[in-house]
Design a protein around this ligand. Structure first.
Ligand code: S3P
Length: 168
């Protein structure tokens, strides 16, 4: 069994830029990037959206928690978590032992980013309203697991990466 640990785990709400920043960070660090949404999709052979619609959110959350736990004990690079992963108490407990970068973002910017890339099952219809509810409910959880927080609002992805690297 491979045992390793992520250099840094990236968390934050949808639209915070986790995927882009994690990829750039991994390039700059010369390590691999992994994304728990992709891990779930690969192991289930189904998109996140299809899992939500066909099997329901609780099933997705169980698969996600298992994927996060596995990646935390085996992935030695940069790890991006799905935006809702921090809702799981077991996941939050595991994250206490890791370096976690929280990418913070305001509602307007997150809604603009998510609007450009929809297909997120929790954000159909009133994207802005749903995103606000989700961000309000989860902010304390991101803060709880964060080793440090980067306010991404006025920054380019490269500048966010600079800030994260300065914290490591
Ligand atoms: C979710 C965020 C998504 C994905 C799923 C649920 C959430 O990941 O895991 O659609 O609950 O916020 P991103 O944060 O990468 O969009």
């Amino acid at each position: 069994m491979t045992t390793s640990r992520p250099v840094v785990v990236v968390v934050g709400p949808p639209g915070a830029g986790k995927t882009t920043v994690a990829e750039l960070l991994a390039q700059r660090l010369g390590v691999e990037v992994r994304d728990t949404d992709q891990d779930v999709e690969a192991s289930e052979g189904e998109s996140v959206q299809d899992i939500f619609v066909g099997r329901g959110e609780p099933v997705f959350r169980e698969l996600e928690a298992a994927a996060v736990a596995e990646a935390l004990r085996s992935h030695g690079g940069v790890l991006a978590l799905g935006g809702g992963a921090v809702m799981d108490a077991g996941t939050r407990a595991l994250l206490a032992d890791h370096t976690v970068a929280h990418l913070d973002v305001g509602l307007a910017r997150a809604a603009a980013r998510v609007g450009m890339n929809s297909g997120r099952p929790l954000l159909l219809g009133n994207v802005r309203g749903q995103l606000k509810a989700l961000m309000d409910a989860r902010r304390p959880l991101y803060n709880e697991v964060a080793t440090f927080t980067v306010d991404t609002n006025e920054l380019t992805p490269d500048e966010v990466v600079d800030r994260v690297l300065a914290e490591l």
